[in-house]
Design a protein around this ligand. Structure first.
Ligand SMILES: Cc1cc2nc3c(=O)[nH]c(=O)nc-3n(C[C@H](O)[C@H](O)[C@H](O)COP(=O)(O)OP(=O)(O)OC[C@H]3O[C@@H](n4cnc5c(N)ncnc54)[C@H](O)[C@@H]3O)c2cc1C
Length: 309
């Protein structure tokens, strides 16, 4: 079994995917494809549970386009006959693995949260309201892994061998031009230990400053509900939920968020949930460990103030 990464730093979800792959019981190989990936190869070789690192370097892997990576995966599959192919259920993995599965003519299993046996997986359905256990009879099992459901593999103690594989010839059907990343000094949303999220109750994008100030005191990432995103308060890469990011931090603070099922689908596995809402009937209080019925415009600055002392 194996999975992917990119660039000069290992993506955190890779470590969760490696843990999932290790649970299958076989040897875990990782495929590293990129333009200049010596650093990643070094990092991943030390990850516990990884036996072999396959390395393919070519200019056409710039931007990790699924159109270019799929032929590479198919070629390595032909060479090594893996039993399973997996990746994190990130935008990258969700973009790539369905294409790979289609080319292999197998049905992929997406966003698994548990591995029962090498051919039986658990995944959520109905926005996380029900769990479905799926037995996969395909010759090669292709699946994506929900990062929050598997511990990160340790980045030390491993001792994998690495092997170069021939890069596939470029397909040239799409081209990577540029990416503009949101610059932020705050931690990344899906891997932050603390997340402060705001909803429609914030009333404007400017008012999110209240959350940024609080987040900076807690070294937290800032998220949002879809209503806040749809209203244009914040960009959509901040959205938490069924159609946004799935997070499971140590502490999740929901501010002015009602707690719709589609929002809960993205955060209900958080260790401790705090809700601040002026409506005591808001459904968010049903999942909250600590609930504060209060006006957020008063409560949030008070919290920030208290943390400043
Ligand atoms: C297919 C589908 C997918 C979806 N995906 C997502 C998703 O990924 N993520 C997501 O979040 N939603 C998603 N939604 C939308 C979801 O159903 C809700 O509409 C949305 O989560 C509501 O956002 P909200 O809680 O910010 O807004 P509201 O439901 O309007 O809640 C605002 C809350 O703020 C409180 N409030 C207002 N003023 C104050 C104040 N001064 N002080 C304290 N509290 C205050 C109110 O009491 C209220 O509870 C999806 C919906 C569908 C149909």
């Amino acid at each position: 079994s194996y999975r992917l990464h990119n660039n000069d730093k290992l993506t955190p979800i890779t470590l969760n995917a490696i843990t999932a792959a290790s649970k299958l019981g076989g040897e875990v190989s990782c495929l590293v494809a990129g333009t200049d990936c010596a650093k990643v190869v070094e990092q991943i070789s030390k990850v516990q549970g990884v036996k072999k690192v396959l390395v393919a370097q070519h200019d056409s892997y710039k931007g990790s386009l699924p159109e270019e990576l799929t032929p590479l995966i198919l070629a390595t599959q032909k060479q090594f006959s893996f039993t399973h192919i997996c990746a994190g259920a990130s935008a990258f993995g969700k973009n790539l693995l369905p294409r790979v599965a289609a080319k292999l003519d197998v049905a992929p299993v997406s966003d698994i949260i548990e591995i029962k046996s090498p051919d039986t997986f658990v995944r959520t359905i109905y926005a996380g309201n029900a769990l479905s256990t799926v037995k996969c009879n395909e010759s090669v099992k292709v699946f994506t892994v929900r990062g929050t459901s598997f511990e990160a593999a340790s980045t030390e103690g491993g001792n994998a061998t690495s092997e170069n594989v021939a890069p596939s010839s470029p397909t040239g059907i799409s081209e990577w031009l540029e990416q503009s990343l949101t610059k932020s000094d705050r931690p990344e949303l899906t891997s932050a230990k603390v997340v402060v999220s705001g909803g429609r109750g914030l009333k404007s994008g400017e008012n999110f400053k209240l959350l940024y100030d609080l987040a900076d005191k807690l070294n937290a990432a800032v998220g949002a509900s879809r209503a806040a995103v749809d209203a244009g308060f914040v960009p959509n890469d901040m959205q938490v939920g069924q159609t946004g990011k799935i997070v499971a931090p140590e502490l999740y603070i929901a501010v002015g968020i009602s707690g719709a099922i589609q929002h809960l689908a993205g955060m209900k596995d958080s260790k401790t949930i705090v809700a601040i809402n002026k409506d005591p009937e808001a459904p968010i209080f049903q999942v909250a460990d600590y609930g504060l019925v209060a006006d957020l415009f008063k409560a949030v600055p008070e919290m920030t103030e208290a943390l400043s002392k």
